[in-house]
Design a protein around this ligand. Sequence first.
Ligand SMILES: [Zn+2]
Length: 236
Amino acid sequence: MNQEIETLIKLQKMDISIDSLKNKAKEIPLCIEKTKTDFETKNTNLESLKQELARIQLDKKQKEMDLHTKEEERKKHQSELNKVKKNDQYFALQKEIDQLGKDISVIEDGILNMMDSIETVNTKMKQEQDLLKQEEGKLGQEINRFTGELESINKAIADQETQRREITATIPAESLTLYERIRKSKKGMAVAEVMKNNSCGGCHMTLPPQVVNEVRKLDRLVLCESCSRILFWKGE
Ligand SMILES: [Zn+2]
């Protein structure tokens, strides 16, 4: 095969490889973003537990204040009890004191229940925090893996671009310009093989016999009449 067309085929293979590496490199930051977002959603369990804890603590504080008020009231009535002279006043006061006692014990039960709930939520939060810590470790590893992958891809791109420069230096300027122009307009594929049925490997149109003959002669670069790609013949 003609040296020039062979070099162009080599160049095309290299360009396809560089393009695919560049696409991979573009995807990696997106993968990192997605991994981070996934981790954030795992954080929401802990957030809702924190909110639940704050709510119970607030309720508990409210109940403790109620308890304090009722206890003060009971104390006040108990001291009044010694001062009243009339029986009906005494009984009325005693009744109020009894009612306050009942209220106080209901509030105390409520506070005990809340303390249990706080303990339960705290346990759940501890578990959730442990889980998140593990997930955070995994997240770090994932990000390191992606970063490492990106580094090696970038290195491969740099290596291949060096090789590419070495290859392009051996191609006549006119042919290289032609190649670059077609590659740009055809989104990557500038060189196409003449297939066994004499069609163009790029656009699949059947090539006239004289064109196929021209390609096989290897005297000059021959372009496909319909897609303008540079044609080559692999041989029998
Ligand atoms: Zn074609």
